[in-house]
Write a new protein. Structure first.
Ligand SMILES: [Zn+2]
Length: 179
């Protein structure tokens, strides 16, 4: 295997770093515009304890590959490469993770009930792709409810902070900027 493994990007330090940036981000729109930040949200929702090898189930043995964004390898079994969407209904499409988050946010946070045509227009994807995305979104909620719940919580948290409607955070004394 000729993949380059970066030893400085081992989980979870790297993800936490990205998360700090997410928390400082002034608008949720900026997260949706960044594939890197969007991916970090999905990684945290999929693996709250850090990346888990789909082959040997090791946690804490993940190394980030430098060859492709979002790709991990396993130091324990040294066999597999995987991403946060591997084994999920979100895998195997050409849609960006940011586009998935926009769709998830619209349906699960804002409770919008968009038609296939509206999704197609909103995400600038074909009608068939939009239809497939809606089916996969339902699949995700059915097959991986915990991941969907965590993703929903993260987005609600981020959206709320944006709009200054996070009473729980205010009570905890968290810093909420006036932006
Ligand atoms: Zn493994």
């Amino acid at each position: 295997m000729s993949e380059q493994i970066s030893s400085t990007t081992a989980f979870p330090a790297n993800l936490n770093g990205v998360f700090d940036r997410v928390r400082q981000s002034p608008t949720i729109g900026e997260i949706f515009e960044s594939e890197e930040l969007s991916r970090s949200l999905v990684e945290a929702a999929r693996w709250p304890q850090g990346p888990e090898c789909p082959s040997c189930k090791s946690v804490g043995a993940a190394c980030k590959l430098t060859t492709r964004p979002g790709l991990w390898t396993c130091k324990a079994c040294r066999r597999c490469q995987y991403s946060a969407t591997s084994g999920t209904p979100l895998h195997g499409t050409r849609v960006t993770i940011a586009a998935w988050l926009v769709l998830f946010h619209a349906f699960e946070v804002r409770k919008q009930r968009l038609s296939v045509s509206q999704v197609s227009h909103k995400l600038n994807v074909s009608y068939l792709t939009a239809k497939s995305m809606l089916q996969r979104l339902d699949q995700l909620k059915t097959e991986m409810p915990e991941m969907a719940d965590r993703l929903r919580s993260q987005l609600i948290d981020l959206s709320g902070r944006r709009e200054g409607v996070m009473p729980a955070m205010a009570r905890m004394g968290s810093v909420v900027t006036g932006a």
